[in-house]
Design a protein around this ligand. Structure first.
Ligand SMILES: Cc1ncc(COP(=O)(O)O)c(C=O)c1O
Length: 500
């Protein structure tokens, strides 16, 4: 780093020789937090420095909430942190005796503008940016941050049901016909769980078959919809996945959207991470992905964008639906005679009351990396996946679960021990191969130098699944992982060959 350049977050660890910059940045952050905590407990401190939403939105004394394309430098990030605390409510102050009162300064309680002015605006700005990326128009789009992709998927089913059957809010499921929803065999289990939690029932989730690559077969979807209708049931919702959990497969969204349109069904898209899908320029497959056709989208910044758990958003195309579906108008929080624009009291859109501040992490990361930083971070993960795929293709001791190029950062493979290399395919080989990955994983955990998941899927016996989400991982780490698996696998096979 040249002496005159102000450091950026790229200069923090894991950057080469990044220790000193990281240390002084963290020390400065601790100083800011300490001074905030001390100030909070001083009787002379103001609880809040009130400004109307439009004033904060316009940027007070240079405090801009807007999300940059280019990264901000570390000095500016510290200013952003100071300003966030300055314009927020000091919930730990001794004279804060409203419903948000706390005995320590904390960053949550996000139901109204009055208690969370800065975070409510950050959420609005982040959601608007995300909706723009999805491709919805200015008039469309709503959303909330929620605790994880599972909860976001749950919201999508809740909203779809309310959209078609608003009476469910007051009358419950007894007033409704037998509802059916559709999701692929490779989709995340949270869709079934949502049906169970919401009283629809997991038996009323039709699991649509996938092709060898793990993508939903659209002809199967259409025929399942017709069968459900013939049986007197009411199909209402389809979940498509963009980046399935195990294979990282992308369902054919356009064709699924056509089917949903012709049958009048809600289309939800569960996206591993939309950022990779939309601006990850590295993989062609993402470029023509038509997210704007979705009625709702789950976006998980805590996956490949690298936000610390938990940070997920449910985005909804129809504005106002979240509020209509969930609002209960509790009078101790959502008074309509407040002196500011109460449309910023967004808490009643959610199924929670108080919420953790998940938006701040993402907002600060966006400032630190800029849109371009996220893009290159995601591309790095995709490059690693491609590197692993290329290596696996060349090695006789490994076998790919599917031969086509990875569409995402997931790569699935078997290690083939020497004793199985010349065995012809069949049940006996499968039985033995099934035991290999757990044994290698157990050894790996005992040694503690690397970690990788494994699972069976459908007719495929236990295989390893590598999902790259840490941009600090280098190709040399990928090579190390392969060598580690090969050496542990070789070892295991020599010592337990008769068992295998
Ligand atoms: C495609 C997909 N959707 C939803 C989820 C659930 O996300 P969370 O763990 O944030 O609840 C996952 C988790 O791996 C996933 O892969």
């Amino acid at each position: 780093m040249s002496p005159e350049r102000v450091p950026l977050c790229l200069d923090l660890l894991p950057a080469l020789r990044g220790e000193d910059t990281t240390k002084s940045f963290f020390q400065e952050l601790v100083n800011i937090l300490l001074s905030y905590v001390c100030k909070s407990f001083r009787r002379s401190s103001k609880v809040l420095d009130f400004h109307h939403p439009h004033q904060l939105r316009e940027g007070l004394e240079g405090f801009s909430l807007e999300l940059p394309d280019q990264p901000e430098n570390l000095e500016q990030l510290l200013v952003d942190c100071r300003d966030t605390l300055k314009y927020g409510v000091k919930t730990g102050t001794v004279r804060a005796v409203d419903c948000f009162a706390e005995n320590v300064p904390k960053m949550y309680y996000r139901f109204t503008y009055e208690v969370s002015p800065v975070f409510i605006l950050m959420e609005e700005i982040l959601l608007r940016k995300m909706q723009e990326i999805v491709g919805w128009s200015e008039e469309e789009g709503d959303g909330v941050f929620c605790p994880g992709g599972t909860m976001s998927n749950l919201y999508s089913v809740l909203l779809a049901r309310y959209h078609f059957f608003p009476e469910v809010k007051t009358k419950g499921m007894t007033a409704l016909p037998r509802l059916i929803l559709f999701t692929s065999a490779h989709s995340h289990y949270s869709v079934k769980k949502s049906a169970a939690v919401l009283g629809i029932g997991s038996d009323n989730v039709v699991v649509v078959k996938c092709n060898d690559r793990g993508k939903m077969i659209t002809a199967e979807l259409e025929s399942s919809i017709i069968t459900a209708k013939d049986q007197g049931c009411v199909p209402f919702y389809v979940n498509a996945t963009a980046g399935t959990t195990v294979y990282g497969a992308f369902d054919p969204l356009n064709a699924i959207a056509d089917i949903c349109e012709s049958h009048g069904l809600w289309l939800h898209v569960d996206v591993f991470t939309l950022y990779s899908a939309l601006i990850g320029s590295y993989m062609q497959v993402y470029l023509n992905y038509v997210y704007y056709r979705a009625w709702s989208v789950t976006w998980n910044p805590h996956k490949m964008m690298g936000a610390p758990l938990q940070c997920s958003a449910i985005l909804v195309k129809k504005r106002g639906l979240l509020k209509d579906c969930n609002q209960m108008c509790a009078e101790y929080l959502f008074q309509t005679d407040k002196h500011y624009d109460t449309s910023y009291d967004t808490g009643d859109k959610t199924i929670q009351c108080g919420r953790h501040v998940d938006v701040f992490k993402l907002w600060l990361m966006w400032k630190a990396k800029g849109s371009e930083g996220f893009e290159s971070q995601v591309n790095k993960c995709l490059e690693n996946a491609e590197h692993l795929f290329d290596k696996l293709k060349q090695r006789p001791d490994f076998e790919l679960v599917f031969k086509s190029e990875p569409e995402h950062s997931n790569v699935c493979f078997w290690y083939i021990p020497p004793s199985l290399r010349n065995m012809s395919p069949g049940p006996e080989r499968n039985r033995r191969l099934h035991e290999v990955a757990p044994k290698i994983k157990a050894k790996m955990m005992e040694q503690g130098m690397a970690m990788i998941g494994y699972q069976p899927l459908g007719d495929k016996v236990n295989f390893f699944r590598c999902v790259f989400s840490n941009p600090a991982t280098q190709t040399e780490d990928v090579d190390y992982l392969l060598e580690e698996i090969a050496s542990l696998g070789h070892d295991i096979c020599i010592r337990t060959e008769t068992d295998l």
